[in-house]
Design a protein. Structure first.
Length: 266
């Protein structure tokens, strides 16, 4: 009988990690890959029976590859700390992993809850990241610091689960802004070698808003859809501005010695 490892990556997720682990306790192994949380996350996970592995954060691609190395069973199910496995997904996973004709990897749809409602549009449903169910040794991640991709070591196509896991991405607006700040900093590293301008930043940010609010029908999600689109504008815009800042270096820094006259004075 094939066994299943569930891995969870986390950093300071004490308020969320209990529900995540409890939703996966049907698995044969739960591995929490932590990056030295200070809020008790690893202690909570250990009390719930998870194997805790500490990994220095060098980007999400590296973090996920370290998680794969820590998993010991035939199949791996990736579950983030803000996600919950539903009974329907559990049943589907168990059926797939015991099927000799199963594919090597599967996309798992995610249903997102935000600002008091389930989001049906905005690019958030059905919402996929990398394939989240796969045979051990058949998939790995690239080393991008954020929005990491995957490399499939298989000639088979990627399948799709029918049922969705639940995702609770943000507790409040402070978390929305914190994530936008963190991800824009990580994303800036990927593009700082390109030729950029403030016009580039504005155009990419504006396109991100239009894409999520109009083309992905975010306006049908009411105010949450507007907030999602606006958040995508800010995250994209500041990613480019931070990359420009990195290119400018000292040019954007404060003068080392203040001049006697104030700026603009004669």
């Amino acid at each position: 009988m094939n066994k299943i490892s569930v891995y969870i990556i986390a950093y300071n997720e004490a308020e969320k990690v209990t529900a995540t682990i409890e939703s996966a306790q049907w698995a044969d192994e739960i591995v929490l890959v932590d990056s030295w949380s200070t809020d008790g996350t690893p202690e909570i996970a250990a009390r719930l029976g998870a194997k805790v592995v500490q990994v220095d954060f060098k980007g999400f691609g590296d973090l996920r590859n370290q998680a794969l190395a820590a998993c010991t069973h035939d199949w791996i199910f990736s579950l983030d700390a803000d996600e919950r496995c539903t009974p329907e997904v559990r049943a589907e996973i168990c059926a797939i992993t015991q099927d000799p004709s199963a594919l090597d990897a599967y996309w798992v749809p995610r249903r997102n809850f935000f600002m008091g409602r389930w989001i049906k549009h905005s690019g958030w449903y059905p919402n996929y990241r990398q394939p989240q169910l796969f045979r051990k040794g058949r998939m790995r991640y690239d080393l991008k610091p954020v929005h990491e991709g995957f490399v499939l070591d298989s000639n088979q196509p990627v399948g799709h689960l029918k049922n969705a896991i639940w995702q609770f991405p943000f507790k409040n607006m402070s978390e929305v802004m914190h994530k936008a700040n963190r991800y824009s900093s990580l994303g800036a590293e990927k593009i700082k070698h390109k030729k950029l301008s403030m016009g580039t930043a504005l155009s990419h940010g504006s396109w991100s808003f239009l894409k999520h609010y109009f083309f992905k029908l975010g306006f049908l999600d009411g105010w949450p859809g507007f907030v999602i689109a606006l958040g995508n504008f800010e995250g994209t815009f500041y990613r480019y501005v931070k990359a420009i800042e990195a290119q400018k270096g000292a040019e954007w820094q404060a003068p080392k010695q203040a001049k006697a006259s104030s700026p603009g004075s004669d």
